[in-house]
Design a protein around this ligand. Structure first.
Ligand code: PLP
Length: 369
């Protein structure tokens, strides 16, 4: 029986390389590849992942917030980094650390231009986001003229790329809507760039875009979840390899008698003599309360053990009745015998939320390629 020492998220860089090559193979060679490493590279380790992706040949990175980009720069990442959702208060830091802002509104665009001018920048790379139906960030079609005017008047900035984001690229029922978004993007982007004397990159595809609409790759794709091993589709999932395996250890085992309860608020009550094991992982580690009350479970020596009662802050209890195991044994929360998608789904959530939720206090162990 494998033994364990503590709760660990293993990060397999061989799997990352596999996923990168798989996604790359879906698009033409000339298309650039932007790796999305926001939120600690989807809950893994942004520095380790970005270094490996640079080695694999990624062209660009994307993060959500400025602080995430600064962290990559401080650890020696040199490829361009797009900041998807920067706030104006951080615009000087963006320039100081050679990060590239997504400018998605008149407010953000005009303030970035004035800060770039104040800092004597010339042709500073910026990215313009267009709203084609997600209705989240971006310029609407009637505003494209404004972008044009604001930028034309300034020598301080230069459009590195024009992009948009798909609302339902993984959902075949929304195929018509998605094709409409792609068409609108083509039209709006063209309106914006036709009079420029240089050619910005164009991009709209996220992971499911690459898989389902590879002809809409334009000159770059932006993939996140696929790199980490998830295809948002049960036919694609087997082609990818989740990079993370979350393991923990049995801290204690006890036997309880019929009528005894387990955990806070006495939510789980036994009818039979049961063996209950206690694990050092809880909602403060990212295994939220939605995973408790037997909605999901973990694996010990390839056998399933349900999480019983409420998930505590630092602890969960599992029912190991009939499972051969002892204190100190290894427990797999997800990965290996339990596909993380299956674990997330059983609790009513998605892979994105599960993996980005694994907190910093869980040790990371990197497995090299
Ligand atoms: C997070 C994000 C992505 C990556 O999407 P995946 O589905 O993880 O590939 C791409 N573009 C934008 C704007 C994002 O916010």
């Amino acid at each position: 029986m494998p033994k364990a020492e503590e709760t660990v998220l293993e990060i397999d860089l061989g799997n990352l390389a596999h996923n990168y090559r798989f996604l790359r193979s879906k698009i033409d060679e000339g298309v650039k590849f932007m790796s999305v490493v926001k939120a600690h590279a989807y809950g893994s380790d942004s520095v380790v992942i970005a270094k490996k992706l640079e080695e694999l040949g990624t062209d660009y990175f994307a993060v959500a917030y400025v602080e995430e980009g600064i962290r990559l720069r401080k650890h020696g990442i040199t490829k361009p980094i797009l900041v998807l959702h920067p706030q104006i208060i951080h615009f000087e830091e963006i320039i100081e650390h050679c990060l590239e802002p997504n400018l998605y509104s008149k407010r953000t665009l005009s303030s970035f231009i004035s800060i770039a001018e104040k800092l004597n920048q010339k042709d500073y790379p910026i990215h313009i986001k267009l709203n084609t139906g997600l209705n989240r960030l971006g310029f609407d079609q009637p505003e494209v003229n404004n972008v044009h005017n604001l930028i034309q008047d300034s020598k301080a900035v230069k459009i590195a790329s024009v992009f948009s984001h798909l609302a339902a690229s993984e959902d075949w029922k929304e195929r018509d809507f998605t094709v409409g978004q792609i068409d609108l993007f083509r039209k709006m982007a063209w309106e914006l760039i036709e009079n420029l004397d240089y050619e910005p990159l164009l991009h709209i595809c996220n992971t499911s875009g690459v898989i389902n609409y590879p002809k809409a790759a334009f000159s770059m794709v932006r993939t996140g979840i696929g790199l980490y091993g998830y295809g948002n589709d049960e036919n694609v999932d087997p082609e990818l390899k989740p990079i993370g395996t979350l393991k923990t250890i049995i801290s204690q085992i006890r036997e309880i008698k019929p009528g005894d309860t387990v955990g806070y608020n006495r939510v789980f009550k036994t009818e039979n003599i049961s063996r209950i094991a206690t694990l050092p992982i809880g909602h403060a580690d990212g295994i939220n309360r939605i995973y408790g009350k037997q909605k999901t479970g973990v694996y010990i020596n390839k056998q399933f053990a349900p999480i019983v009662g409420n998930v505590c802050m630092d602890i969960i209890m599992i029912d190991v009745t009939g499972i051969e195991c002892e204190e100190g044994d290894e427990v797999i929360v997800f990965g290996g015998p339990q596909h993380p998608v299956q674990f997330a789904k059983a609790a009513g959530t998605i892979s994105y939320e599960l993996i980005t939720g694994i907190q910093r206090r869980v040790s990371r162990k990197v497995i090299p390629e």
